[in-house]
Design a binder for this molecule. Structure first.
Ligand code: ADP
Ligand code: MG
Ligand code: MG
Length: 207
């Protein structure tokens, strides 16, 4: 038990698309407060494209690479290339294994975070998606020996706390940084959507 299969990888992307679609208005409202009000729309379009692009008969890493490619090509805004790159990096890290262990999935999530940092140049504390994803990947890796379901739950909790902690921060990357001090007092929309992606992973891996 506790391995991560191609079926679960595809279910993760489908569940993420559902959660993003259900919360698209909230994500867009969060982005309207400190950005340009398109985050929900961007991700809804991107994840719908990812669902369309899901391949069959390939290992889980290939599923994530295909989803990431679709998101990069179909999602507007900063978040599309960042999330798309993250999924591609995660998929590459899984390689051609048919069933990834929890430790391997933890490494894949860490690779995803590294990809976002390299592409966007942000650090934790800059009030971005990284404030949710960095602690989430760390929590997953730290709990990996308990298996995928428990690690995914720990990652979700860490993401929720990390997202909540963006509220008082002043943005140093992305559009919100144009507001300077006025970006403080708002939840970062990308951190909020990252929670949905971790919730989707916890949902589909729950035993
Ligand atoms: P845009 O700002 O281009 O309209 P979105 O609204 O879709 O794109 O996404 C905004 C989110 O993207 C932000 O809330 C933030 O979490 C994330 N983001 C923006 N720039 C960066 C960056 N350089 N590194 C990491 N995340 C970023
Ligand atoms: Mg935006
Ligand atoms: Mg935009």
């Amino acid at each position: 038990a506790g391995a991560f299969t191609a079926a679960e990888a595809a279910a993760w992307i489908r569940r993420a698309a559902e959660l993003v679609s259900a919360d698209a208005d909230r994500l867009t409202r969060l982005d309207a407060a400190i950005g340009d009000g398109d985050h929900g729309l961007n991700l809804d379009r991107g994840f719908a494209a990812a669902v369309e692009a899901l391949p069959g008969g390939v290992p889980p890493g290939r599923v994530l690479i295909a989803a990431g490619r679709a998101i990069v090509s179909k999602t507007g805004g900063a978040s599309g290339p960042l999330y798309g790159t993250a999924l591609r990096r995660a998929g590459k890290a899984l390689g051609d294994t048919e069933e990834a262990s929890a430790a391997q999935l933890g490494e894949a999530l860490t690779a995803a975070v590294t990809g976002i940092r390299e592409l966007g140049g942000a650090q934790p504390g800059d009030k971005t998606m990284l404030d949710a994803l960095t602690p989430a990947a760390e929590a997953f890796a730290a709990s990996a020996e308990q298996g995928v379901p428990a690690a995914a739950r720990a990652a979700l909790e860490a993401a929720e706390q990390g997202a909540e902690a963006t509220v008082p921060l002043v943005a140093r990357k992305g559009r919100a940084s144009y507001l300077g001090e006025r970006s403080a007092g708002h939840l970062d929309p990308g951190a909020a959507s990252s929670v949905l992606l971790l919730r989707a992973l916890a949902d589909v891996t729950a035993t």
